[in-house]
Design a protein around this ligand. Sequence first.
Ligand SMILES: [Fe+2]
Ligand SMILES: [Fe+2]
Length: 180
Amino acid sequence: MKSINRLKEEHRIIERGMDLLRYFCAQLSHQQCVASNDLSMLLDFFRDFADKWHHGKEEEVFFPFLIKKDNHLEQGPVAMMLHEHEQGRNYLAQMRQAMQQAKWEVFLEAASEYLTLLSAHIQKEEQVLFQIATIYLDNDSDEQLWQQYHHLEEAMGEAFYSHYAAVITALEERYLGSKE
Ligand SMILES: [Fe+2]
Ligand SMILES: [Fe+2]
């Protein structure tokens, strides 16, 4: 099911961003300075790639597909996922503000909440929602979702994905050592 695999692949990239955020938090909690340009780039990644690009697909295409197949899902699992997307946006905004004001305690608190939320969120999607989706997805609907993802991606710009994939790779090489 390529439409599900696409979301899973994006989760793996988001998790690489989460590892980088953990690294920055460890530095900050040991009173080490961090390069604010790089941290800012990482926050941009979560705002643009994790939220706009990935959650955008879920909210515009994937969740509506599930609700169309079973409207009981709207009040349960899908409502919970939407709420968690919103909570994530709030934590991100808190991190951004704390970074700009150099309030690192506040930053660490928000980042810790964000990381806990996002890893549980990804797990719930993969273990519950993606499993439900495989019941309803046939080849035609899989292709339709794939095309709808593609339209959203086109609207955001071709370079969007490659830019953020390159950002994550560059930050990994700088801070975590090459993964090659
Ligand atoms: Fe999600
Ligand atoms: Fe997701």
